[in-house]
Write a protein that binds this ligand. Sequence first.
Ligand code: 2RA
Length: 339
Amino acid sequence: MGYTVAVIGATGNVGREILQTLAERKFPADKVIALASEKSIGQDVSYGEDDILKVQDLNKFDFHGVDIVLSSPGAKVSAVHVPRAAAAGAMVIDNTSQFRMDPDVPLIVPEVNPEALAGYRKRGIIANPNGATILMAVALKPLHDRYKIRRVVVSTYQSVSGAGKEAMDELFTQTRAIFVNDPIAKSVFPKQIAFNVIPHIDAFMEDGSTREEWKMTVETKKILDPKIKVAATCVRVPTFIGHALSINIETEEPISAEEARIVLRAAPGVSVVDQQTGDGYVTPVEIAGENPVFVSRIRDDITVENGLSFWCVADNLRKGAALNAVQIAELLVRDYMVE
Ligand code: 2RA
């Protein structure tokens, strides 16, 4: 017997990737329902290579009879419809920031804290972490298990797809405008994104950091270890797909690049590509559509007692969003939904 699965936000970047990932990984679904807000009703979305789904109206949809909901609209839409779906008996995996820090909602990266999934019973909701946080947590987990990480300093290089389809269009349109000498139009980003970098993702907070930076700090603590200190600087860069992170860690146990490379090579979800040549490291354009978190440029940081620096890149729409959500659904089915 297969499951009835609904995807909220099915026309967005992440919603489309969720449908693709469900089909690609042969998720045991008998029926898949695509849901979105009014403006997308009746649109076609692909489910795998062969199937097309008609988008239905989220506002009017009755979730009774749906087993699993994968939700990826904005946080405000999730605030309304995720509890509604959970109350109707569905298990909901939400990709927005709405429920991530709720103590009764597990925040899951399957390679890192699968045991926390049991907590879903309290509200019927599971949160998918912020994309950049997921990528970092996958790489930090094996190092934390082996060396106990005290402090992380991370700078991100986040592609425009993390901000949605309109953001991708804005990068494209601005780039073309520069070449043909048209005026630069801005609507998604606060500054020109083409041929520029913007150290501002999500809203500013009172202490001067941004919400994206705050998310990386508090979510890492919830997923991995509340004792880990994280200082994050999040930057939007003019790439279309793939978030990259420059990470520096300080550990309690002595650490070396040579040994860390071996530890990371053995870690689930991590692929180490690390040679000191032009081909020996990974960049965002090379990994679109790939599942692993790629780690390169692993090197000792000799400015502190136990320090390591490395570079990490992954497809933000896949492992940073859709794939992680589908992996959570796979765990649910495997460990919690067996009749
Ligand atoms: C971003 N990490 O890239 C977030 C995903 N929504 O903006």
